[in-house]
Ligand binder design. Structure first.
Ligand code: AHG
Ligand code: MN
Ligand code: MN
Length: 347
């Protein structure tokens, strides 16, 4: 079977002017993924579960494994000299590498080092999400916020690692989506899911329905649509919600479905972070033939105003996401105004 490294190297030849820097960067992510995989696999046996004892910038209590994953991905990217700065969920400000090699790095990375980390104690899948952009400033100049505050349509490559019943690395460089399963016995990621395509529609919807009373009217109407008895359209759909975006998205991408974390009355722009959760997953969805929206705007067109900005997020099978947009258009014009009032700027 083809290994991740063989595959990445082969893909480099698709770009005639490629210098190998992106290839090296992706290799480094693969190495950090193995280290984090090992640590997650041992959770429960080692002293790595529970809280670290601090909060991140969002006021969320950091888990030991949040911090471990953050350190290891940062370290792996710092060792190479392709990346000059990283925005991470676990760091208030972007992390700028000031060693001479990294300073001239061509790329910046945004990442959620451990997604769904509240699931760790109960042995439920978690993930890592990353996206890679070409910096805006000239190589060697000081890094600025504008290097990272780029809309999703500028992504050069994005992916996730799913530490599930098996560990997978799924990524795209803008030429389709490919998935690799980790073979523990040989320590290699092997191509198991070539050219993944999301079915145009599915029969799974994933949402934290406990927030129902706070949802915009369009989302409420869509949930009711999912629950109608109509065997000709496979309804009622199945409700499946892991509570870790990577797991929920991965399942829906493979078998067809929709994931929603919409803005709501309590949190108008929802919970998920635009730069390192919504944009990379939206990029992968699009590359696999799916779609992502905040209800009114294509996620890939929204211009981040700050690195920890949140966004309403609906992603998955193309026809299902379009239906949600239709419901939002019909029943939730007030929510469009709320988004604009919250400072959402789309191209
Ligand atoms: P993180 O662990 O990185 O903070 O992300 C958790 C996110 C996402 O993965 C998940 O879908 C969502 O939060 C779950 O939130 P609720 O518990 O509010 O449903
Ligand atoms: Mn997350
Ligand atoms: Mn996280």
């Amino acid at each position: 079977m083809k290994t991740l490294i063989e595959f990445i190297n082969e893909k480099q030849h698709d770009f005639p002017f490629a210098t190998g820097e992106l290839t090296r960067l992706l290799h480094d992510i693969g190495i950090a993924a193995k280290i984090v995989h090992r640590e997650i696999n041992m959770a429960g046996l080692t002293e790595n579960m529970g809280y670290q004892g601090g909060d991140n910038v969002q006021g969320e209590r950091q888990k030991k494994l949040d911090v471990f994953a953050n350190q290891h991905f940062i370290r792996a990217l710092q060792m190479g000299s392709q990346v000059c700065a990283i925005a991470s969920e676990e760091n208030e400000k972007m992390v700028v590498f000031d060693n001479p090699n990294s300073k001239i790095g061509k790329y910046v990375v945004a990442m959620d080092p451990l997604d769904g980390s509240s699931n760790i104690e109960v042995n439920i899948p978690v993930g890592t999400i990353f996206s890679i952009y070409r910096r805006k400033t000239n190589q060697g100049d000081p890094v600025s916020d504008k290097d990272l505050l780029q809309p999703g349509k500028e992504i050069v490559a994005a992916g996730y690692i799913l530490y599930g019943s098996s560990t997978m690395l799924v990524y795209s460089t803008g030429n389709g989506v490919n998935g690799f399963t980790y073979d523990n016995s040989v320590g290699l990621f092997l191509l198991s899911h070539p050219d993944v395509k999301i079915p145009a529609k599915g029969n799974i919807y994933s949402i934290n329905e406990a927030n129902y009373i706070y949802f915009p009217e369009g989302i409420k109407k869509y949930i009711k649509y999912c629950q109608v008895d109509d065997p000709s359209t496979d309804r009622p759909y199945k409700s499946r919600y892991v509570g870790s975006l990577v797991s929920d998205f991965h399942r829906n991408m493979v078998v067809g479905g929709i994931y929603m974390y919409p803005g709501n009355l309590k949190n108008p722009v929802g919970k998920l972070r635009l730069l390192y959760e919504c944009q990379p997953i939206a990029f992968l969805a699009k590359q696999a033939g799916g779609k992502a929206t905040d209800g009114f705007h294509d996620i890939l067109n929204i211009v981040p105003q700050s690195i920890h900005q949140r966004s309403s997020f609906i992603v998955g099978s193309e026809e299902m996401v379009t239906k949600v947009e239709d419901y939002m258009e019909e029943y939730s014009q007030d929510f469009r105004e709320t988004l604009e009032h919250e400072g959402v700027i789309a191209l």
